[in-house]
Design a protein around this ligand. Structure first.
Ligand SMILES: [Zn+2]
Length: 446
């Protein structure tokens, strides 16, 4: 009898602790992503001629206005539960904005259930750019009006990111998530991350809780200009330092993305973005949020910001695979419990100041790693917590140990000085939170 009970408990515990198991609902989302629908969206976006932010807002079929109205109407058609709105911003002349302009982000909100104050953002930018140059004396510079007038198909940059966001809005709006998911097509990326800047600034002012920003920019082609191709991989850029919120999210993207889309490799690049170039994830990172950028490893530089960034030069099948990685990560995150709180108030012995520090100590023995954490938010479907660790120089978590429901764990004779430690929460469906890292808080020097 006791054996039977023990066996029953063991089986039940395992059923409740599905470490690295697949959630069938997430698998459904991944397999519902349609290459054909992404191809149709790319063709449609190309069909507006240009989506330059200075192009016509009124013309019914050509220009940026026709484009954002279509994106909004299309997303409205996916589900009555998607709250679609236009998010306009009047910008004065300044820097690259050579005359005053109204930019319009398109925002579709899928409200969450038990954790609706927490947000997961999926984004791309729908504006496009075809730079036309003119000679000014000996030098070449951008001809502003000719640039605005030119055809700017922008299929890979960034019709592809927009198509990914729209396809996931279609697929994911058929499900209910615990967290709120926001699908955003940003405007004005090409003239200085304008739409994302405005959004991130407001989010910070309103103290919006954003668990992740998954930004997609140039995911629509898989052949580079030099013939190199890496069509089973996607690059994910994240800003320093080594355990920043954005870097922690990048590790999560690799872990979850490769779990659900095993044909794809997530190449994490440990820097903010490509050399000397930027994207819409950066304003969010600067505002303190976890934000990463997805980009093809096979950029075709000669097509970028020209008239040849066309559908004919794009790969909808590749864009669909990157979309699947996004869908798996966003869905898991939106169903997952919040990451545990690993901070505690400590009082400096020397100054008496109260500071937030990692809830990690050497324990009673003085030689153990003694981790403590607090549950955050609704944890009714919690299976338990998992402790992760890695060498201080290792890029990814190396060891993982499921420790069940609890608020502390001791790793006997493990030095807190030499390794990095973290903890994550996992629910009964196997949805896991990002890792909360026990980060050293730099001491103020006198
Ligand atoms: Zn772009």
């Amino acid at each position: 009898m006791r054996l039977a009970l023990a066996l029953f408990l063991t089986l039940t515990l395992h059923a409740q602790a599905p470490l690295k198991s697949l959630n069938p609902k997430v698998e459904k989302i991944v397999s519902a992503v349609s290459t054909e629908r992404i191809a149709a969206t790319l063709r449609r976006l190309e069909g507006f001629g240009t989506r330059n932010i200075f192009s016509s807002q009124e013309h019914p079929t050509r220009g940026v206005g026709a484009a954002y109205r279509w994106i909004a109407e299309e997303m409205k058609s996916y589900s009555p539960r998607l709250q679609v709105s236009l998010d306009p911003h009047e910008l004065p002349q300044s820097g690259r904005v050579f005359r005053p302009v109204k930019i319009v982000n398109v925002v579709a909100v899928l409200p969450g259930t038990t954790q609706k104050d927490r947000h997961v953002i999926l984004s791309g930018h729908y504006d496009s750019l075809h730079i036309v140059r003119k000679k000014v004396g000996e030098l070449e510079q951008m001809d502003q009006e000719a640039t605005v007038a030119a055809d700017a198909p922008g299929v890979s940059d960034d019709g592809s990111g927009t198509a990914a966001v729209m396809e996931l809005a279609r697929v994911m709006s058929q499900f209910e998530f615990e967290k709120t998911i926001v699908f955003v097509a940003f405007a004005g990326e090409e003239y200085g991350l304008l739409g994302a800047n405005e959004y991130a600034k407001r989010a910070r002012e309103q103290k919006m809780i954003i668990d992740a920003v998954l930004n997609n920019d140039i995911i629509g082609n898989d052949m580079a200009g030099n013939g190199r191709s890496a069509n089973s991989a996607v690059r994910v850029f994240s800003e320093d330092p080594i355990d920043s919120p954005s870097r922690t999210l990048a590790r999560y993207v690799k872990e979850i993305g490769e779990r659900y889309v095993p044909s794809m490799t997530v190449n994490t690049v440990f820097r903010a973005d490509r050399f000397g170039r930027g994207g819409d994830h950066t304003p969010f990172d600067r505002a303190g949020y976890a934000a990463v950028r997805f980009t093809t490893p096979s950029e075709f530089y000669a097509n970028q910001h020209t008239g040849s960034d066309t559908f004919a030069n794009a790969s909808p099948a590749y864009a669909a695979r990157v979309t699947q990685v996004n869908g798996a990560v966003a869905a898991t995150l939106a169903w997952a419990p919040p990451a545990p709180d690993v901070l505690t108030k400590t009082r400096s012995v020397t100054s008496g100041d109260e500071v937030d520090g990692p809830n990690l100590s050497r324990g009673k023995s003085g030689y153990d790693a003694f981790l403590k954490w607090k549950e955050v938010g609704d944890v009714s479907d919690l299976a338990g917590f998992s402790i992760v660790r890695r060498d201080s120089t290792a890029p990814y978590w190396e060891k993982e140990q499921f420790v069940g429901i609890g608020k502390e764990f001791r790793l006997v004779d493990v030095s807190v000085d030499d390794i990095v430690l973290g903890v994550k929460a996992i629910d009964r469906e196997g949805n896991e939170s990002p890792v909360s890292v026990y980060r050293i808080v730099p001491r103020k020097l006198p």
